[in-house]
Design a binder for this molecule. Structure first.
Ligand SMILES: NC(=O)c1ccc[n+]([C@@H]2O[C@H](COP(=O)([O-])OP(=O)(O)OC[C@H]3O[C@@H](n4cnc5c(N)ncnc54)[C@H](OP(=O)(O)O)[C@@H]3O)[C@@H](O)[C@H]2O)c1
Length: 241
């Protein structure tokens, strides 16, 4: 994969989920490459603190990705601040492991709201900010769980599969608007927020920085290439299965 950080340096990128493992590593990676970032999370204080750590021309934004008005206002604010938006990285997601026959309907709704509706709303309001001449890119963080069901969290697998199909359909619709859509499907990644206290082999998992590196690679590609889906996992974890 040709990987040229100079392409990243000029980009205005909105990263959601920056208070989590993968979002924060991604924001760090893109800031190091010289991108201008709109940094989004739910909690204003935590996002502000994170933006101060990054110490660049970055804009902190606090909004819930499931709240359409808040998403729309935040996209307007980011585009007004930087003069344009080039790239959106849809990161937020959660999994509630449960047997479906015992699963709480609120947990089921939350799984689809954050993983699927959040991606839909952020994409919808980002696309209207893109300059069609210049073009845009949306990178969606999905999962290998969206490719193959597992017995631990079927609702999460279904939500990620829905997210993938939404992204594929959107990609066909946004060709005219010059917006490319990519899906990134990592295997297990060692983050506290996602796994909580579950007894999983963190030492064998991908690190958030590995996912950030793949995202940076996709963003650095020349615009005549569209990446549809990148599926990858930790070599150690793959060997141990
Ligand atoms: N970890 C893995 O093994 C793994 C593997 C494959 C794919 N993924 C996917 O990668 C993405 C990031 O996961 P992660 O491991 O970095 O998890 P994480 O550390 O728990 O981060 C999740 C992020 O999403 C944010 N978020 C949750 N609900 C939100 C909402 N309603 N509005 C706005 N933001 C919201 C969280 O904000 P708060 O900090 O406020 O909660 C946090 O910033 C998810 O889509 C996940 O499905 C993870």
């Amino acid at each position: 994969m040709p990987h040229d950080d100079t392409t990243l340096a000029g980009q205005v990128i909105l990263v959601t989920g920056v208070t989590g493992g993968i979002g924060s590593a991604t924001a760090h990676r893109l800031a190091e490459a010289g991108a201008s970032l709109a940094l989004a999370g739910r909690d204003a204080t935590r996002v502000q603190r994170f933006a101060e750590q990054l110490n660049g021309p970055h804009l902190p934004l606090a909004f819930d990705v499931t709240d359409e008005r808040a998403v729309s206002d935040a996209m307007d604010r980011a585009a007004a601040h930087f003069g344009r938006l080039d790239t959106l990285i849809n990161v937020p997601g959660l999994s509630v492991p449960a047997k479906l026959v015992e699963m709480d309907v609120d947990d089921f709704d939350r799984t689809f709201d954050v993983n699927v509706k959040g991606m839909f709303l952020c994409s919808k309001h980002f696309i209207r900010q893109v300059d069609a001449q210049r073009g845009g890119l949306i990178v969606n963080i999905s999962s290998v769980a969206g490719k193959a069901a597992n017995p631990n969290a079927p609702a999460y697998c279904a939500a990620k599969a829905a997210m993938n199909m939404l992204a594929n359909g959107l990609a066909l619709q946004t060709r005219e608007a010059n917006v490319r859509i990519s899906i990134i499907s990592p295997g297990a990644v060692s983050t506290k927020g996602f796994w909580g206290d579950r007894p999983v082999p963190h030492e064998k998992f991908l690190k958030p920085g590995d996912v950030a590196e793949i995202i940076a690679g996709v963003l650095a590609l020349p615009r005549h290439i569209v990446v549809h889906d990148v599926v990858f996992e930790s070599w150690e974890f793959f060997k141990s299965k």
